[in-house]
Design a protein around this ligand. Structure first.
Ligand code: ADP
Length: 253
């Protein structure tokens, strides 16, 4: 059986995976920038070079994500929701019933039936609140790398109340907390709770009772996961490579 490649051209990151059977044999991401076609094909070239494969070894290249139509040399495209559902269902060993996907610019909830079919879907893409972009803005305001948010929030002694869901108002709220001498750790923990409440709201009461999985770039933040579990009063699972679920799903679709 040939190898399959999945490309996820997201709003902030382009992800590529090479799949052998149902095994994610290789993965890499680059930041989204002009020339997405060139960037994505560069990732394909890297995969082939690093694994010592020739183009003829690749059975299929599939693309998904906002930028999927920008690829001139990829014939097979998959919509993001189907790719996410398919990828998560397989990678979770058929256990996932609800996906919470946090991307660079949107927040999605996808409900799956026992055979992995999508039966409900909700999305917030109207504003940056609760998305990767929101995190990036707060990282800039706090002058703190986003990658440290999880670790820092776990050192907080309280979660400061952040009421603004709009990034413009959140900025003035955070600046005023900093001026009052608030610890960054406590602001970040407050931010995680504010985003967790937003996710809980989108999740609604339609959960099937099955396992809930979080994916997308911000799911790598353990502080956000803690806050979400606390708000939902239930376990939320994160797979080892949560930013690559959608690319994986495209590859196997
Ligand atoms: P998209 O497909 O929309 O580009 P991704 O699922 O690739 O979205 O996630 C990208 C987002 O994840 C970016 O906004 C980035 O800031 C965020 N992100 C990446 N790594 C981390 C991390 N370790 N902690 C929190 N957020 C992260």
């Amino acid at each position: 059986m040939g190898y399959k490649i999945g490309l996820d051209l997201g709003s902030t990151a382009i992800k590529a995976v090479l799949v052998n059977g149902n095994d994610m044999a290789w993965r890499r991401k680059v930041a989204t920038a002009p020339g997405q076609d060139h960037l994505a094909m560069g990732l394909v070239k890297d995969a082939l070079e690093q694994l010592g494969l020739a183009e003829g070894d690749i059975e299929k290249v599939s693309a998904t994500g906002y930028g999927k139509k920008l690829l001139s040399s990829v014939g097979h495209t998959v919509d993001e929701i189907s790719a996410n559902a398919q990828g998560m269902f397989i990678l979770s060993g058929g256990k996932c019933r609800t996906i919470i996907n946090i991307g660079g610019q949107d927040l999605k909830v996808i409900n799956l039936s026992d055979n992995g079919k999508i039966y409900d879907f909700r999305m917030n893409d109207k504003c940056a609140a609760g998305t990767g972009r929101f995190f990036e803005q707060v990282a800039r305001i706090l002058d703190t790398p986003l990658e440290l948010f999880g670790e820092l929030s776990l050192k907080a002694d309280e979660a400061l109340e952040l009421n603004s869901t709009c990034v413009v108002f959140a900025e003035s709220e955070i600046v005023s907390l900093l001026a009052k001498g608030a610890r960054k750790e406590n602001i970040i923990k407050g931010l995680h709770y504010s985003i967790a409440r937003r996710i809980t709201h989108l999740l609604g009461r339609q959960q099937t009772g099955g396992d809930i999985y979080l994916d997308g770039g911000p799911s790598q933040n353990p502080g956000l996961l803690d806050a979400l579990e606390d708000e939902l009063l239930m376990e939320v699972k994160v797979l080892p490579q949560p930013q690559f679920t959608v690319a994986f799903g495209a590859a196997i679709s």
